[in-house]
Design a protein around this ligand. Structure first.
Ligand code: NAP
Length: 192
């Protein structure tokens, strides 16, 4: 794991109207059924190889609670054996040793604790934590996977920002499932 070239990514899946969950937190709409002829496919081997490049995950407590709910229903744990840092002011249950709860100054945590230890740091939601990450200028990259669905209302991709954040579109991929993957680099990071 590198110490000097660490990279912070925010990644979430959203509806075309920019929501990551319904107002009540449900994500049943993530199962879409569309077909885009000629789109890319994601085979399990390349997904596995890609996931290996991620060194740790960071998430908000509500996202963690959703993940615990999935696990309790037998749907598995999406974050493998990778260290997973959960931001919370509460004493939440820890179902595995790879989970660590953290409360406090997010910028110090990322810059002084995570960046020296991990190369690829992935923020995986939700909207509150993604907003905090952007407001604090911690993200190098935003990955936005848009599903072919509109849900009308819900929890937005990120909570309100206090300024504009200029992005550079670095990659666009359209998939056979109808999902479009957008990868943006946060501009001006080097000078920040
Ligand atoms: N579509 C997708 O890809 C996707 C991805 C992720 C999540 N989701 C969905 O989004 C929903 C959750 O998103 P959300 O925006 O409501 O919540 P969230 O960002 O997951 O969690 C917010 C909570 O994290 C804690 N927190 C945030 N910053 C903190 C800090 N600096 N220190 C300590 N604790 C901190 C606070 O909870 P405490 O009260 O515990 O302190 C805060 O209320 C869920 O329904 C989930 O399923 C969807």
């Amino acid at each position: 794991m590198a110490t000097t070239d660490s990279h912070v990514t925010i990644h979430m899946v959203a509806s075309l109207d920019g929501f990551i969950a319904r107002k009540d937190g449900s994500v049943d709409w993530l199962e879409t059924s569309d077909e885009f002829v000629g789109g890319d496919t994601m085979d399990p081997e390349s997904i596995e190889a890609f996931l290996k490049t991620i060194d740790c995950y960071v998430m908000g407590s509500r996202t963690y609670e959703t993940a615990l709910g999935f696990e309790a229903k037998g749907l598995g744990w999406s974050y493998g054996e990778k260290p997973t840092f959960v931001l919370t002011h509460r004493e939440l249950p820890r179902t595995r040793d790879t989970v660590e709860l953290y409360s406090g100054d997010l910028a110090r945590f990322v810059n002084e604790r995570l960046r020296p230890m991990f190369r690829n740091i992935w923020f995986v939601g939700g909207g509150v934590v993604s907003g905090e990450c952007l407001r604090l200028g911690l993200a190098d990259e935003v990955r936005y996977s848009i599903l072919p669905i509109l849900i009308g209302d819900g929890i937005p991709f990120f909570e309100k920002l206090d300024r504009d954040i200029a992005l550079h579109l670095a990659e666009v991929k359209a998939y056979q499932s109808g999902m479009v993957g957008l990868r943006y680099e946060v501009r001006g990071k080097a000078a920040a």
